[in-house]
Write a protein that binds this ligand. Structure first.
Ligand SMILES: C[S@@+](CC[C@H](N)C(=O)[O-])C[C@H]1O[C@@H](n2cnc3c(N)ncnc32)[C@H](O)[C@@H]1O
Length: 319
């Protein structure tokens, strides 16, 4: 994905040059692939911020592995001059916290990037861009809109005064469907691979069982399962709940409901039709928020949506 980000968005990284920033902060950097490319390949001093300790440690290991291989091909001088990434293990929740992050010494001005920062992390990135004089540009591709806090602090939606004044709201269900992959689903529908679409009926049945067990399990994150035509519901549940503390589920008595999986396909298809609209509303709200602060910005499709369905980048640059 990080490679694709570069391939589809070279002009966007021209923004670091345009805004004379040699430092970039990546919010929600995961395994640090993008940070690694920006440092080692493009000589930017990129700092990754990631809340999961395991991913941060893995990112540091991957840097060492990269350098181990690079050493076989580069001169000692090149190795000494490599610009090395920094990976910080921090959970970002407020703007104040951002002042405490140690940046490279020469970072008087810097840019912000976020490749699929989940939920409120995207809005936090945008607020930091708007409010800090040191931040000169932003490139952010959102995701996981269902995790946004809505109409309550820190308020990931709505952000703009314009949308706030419309007094509207987006439900969890609508924000969740906005994160689905419409392009690949359409392909399956067009090919007539309906049986592959049974997975949504399985997911709905599993949700029903979980909520009956404990209402607190509503919307509980479960593993994505690659569904095959002949997969049984029991095998699906086992795969979906692997690594979760829930083991033995009562999956009986659902045969009649599961036979109606085609109705779920119809319902899901209808719901998916409005998904791009919901995503557009969320992205335009973010864009308006930046524009309301007098900063030019734009949205572009940056990836192939069949590979990465959340493919719109918001870019903004301060003059
Ligand atoms: C969808 S992943 C994207 C990872 C990476 N940018 C990539 O493209 O491979 C989002 C990442 O953001 C991290 N994250 C989410 N909320 C965060 C927060 N508040 N502070 C720091 N990291 C966060 C998650 O742990 C996760 O690794």
């Amino acid at each position: 994905m990080a490679t694709m980000f570069w391939r589809y968005g070279p002009k966007r990284f021209g923004m670091a040059i345009k805004s004379k920033c040699n430092t970039v902060l990546d919010f929600g950097s995961g395994l640090g692939h993008l940070v690694r490319i920006l440092n080692y390949k493009y000589n930017l001093s990129a700092v990754g911020i990631e809340m999961q300790t395991q991913l941060t440690e893995e990112a540091r290991k991957l840097d060492l592995e990269f350098e181990y291989t690079a050493k076989k091909h580069l001169t000692d001088e090149c190795m000494t001059n490599l610009v090395r990434p920094t990976h910080c293990n921090v959970t970002l929740t407020s703007l104040d916290q951002l002042h405490q992050i140690s940046l490279p010494k020469n970072a008087k001005r810097y840019g912000l990037i976020g490749l699929h920062p989940c939920g409120d992390l995207g809005p936090l990135l945008i607020k930091h861009f708007v409010k800090s004089n040191k931040v000169k540009f932003i490139c952010v591709v959102g995701c996981c809109y269902m995790k946004l806090s809505c109409n309550n602090e820190p308020c990931g939606y709505p952000m703009s005064t314009y949308v706030r004044e419309l007094d509207n709201s987006l439900t969890y269900v609508s924000r969740e469907i906005a994160c689905h992959a419409i392009e690949t689903y359409c392909q399956k529908l067009c090919r007539g691979d309906y049986k592959d679409l049974k997975v949504h009926a399985y997911r709905a049945a599993l949700e029903k069982i979980l909520v009956e067990m404990d209402p607190e399990f509503k919307h509980m994150p479960i593993r994505n399962v690659k569904h095959t035509n002949d997969m049984s519901f029991e095998s699906y549940c086992e795969a979906a709940l692997r690594h979760s503390p829930l083991q033995s589920l009562q999956t009986k008595n659902l045969e009649e409901e599961l036979k109606q999986w085609k109705r779920v396909v119809v319902l899901y298809t209808l719901r998916l039709m409005i998904a791009p609209l919901v995503e557009t509303v969320i992205l335009l709200d973010r864009l308006l928020y930046i524009l309301e602060h007098g900063i030019p910005c734009a949205i572009y499709p940056v990836f192939d949506p069949k590979i990465s369905p959340r493919n719109h980048i918001i870019v903004g640059i301060k003059s």
